[in-house]
Design a protein around this ligand. Sequence first.
Ligand code: ZN
Ligand code: ZN
Length: 239
Amino acid sequence: MLTSERPVFGLYRLLWSGLDYIYPPACGGCGKRGKRWCDDCNDASKRITPPMCIRCGRPLSNSAEICDRCKTDPPAFIALRSWAIYCGSIRRAIHQLKYRRDIALGEVLAKGLIDILDSTMWDIDIVAPIPLGKKRHKERGYNQAALLAFPLAIAKGLPYKNNALQRVQETTSQVHLSREERARNVKNAFRADSKIVAGHNIIIVDDVTTTGATMQACALALIDAGANCVYGLTLARAG
Ligand SMILES: [Zn+2]
Ligand SMILES: [Zn+2]
């Protein structure tokens, strides 16, 4: 596959491969020994391909370019794309990455994000992860979105800005909330640093999107801080 990955990303991958040699991994999707993410799980993942809404990336059953929701209420981001539907192996792998401290999965799953970015014409200056709140970050010890965003940034030779966004309000779990409740839950939950983002084109990275409410809240905060435009990328899309 032709990609424009930087040589430094080769070194980064080599480092993780060295660790695999010392500690042989198990697949985050199926548990099979040998690779962190096996070919079977990769091939079985339900990739999101057109037709989809060109703005929010929602799969569509027809070839309408913009979904009704984005027509009536356009999102603050230019476009949001996700690699696969949140089910099966990728769901299990994200669970491992997020809750089971399987942090080595970040580098290997970021490949999906790199492939999507390579397929777009997006003009990006800065890569930023969607942050966790301080409390949750402390409990988990790491931000799973950062584990995806960092390898993406070094693969594409783009500046990685961990502090571009801050979560200023701790939000409750969104699992059982409706679209409207999610939007309300994350509204004003983020703040962006204008010293970092003003005048720039930002791509924000997360593990999963459901209704796009978190992406929307982050995009609004970034634009409020003077960002030129915002794109979103997630590994999976639920719902
Ligand atoms: Zn597997
Ligand atoms: Zn849409």
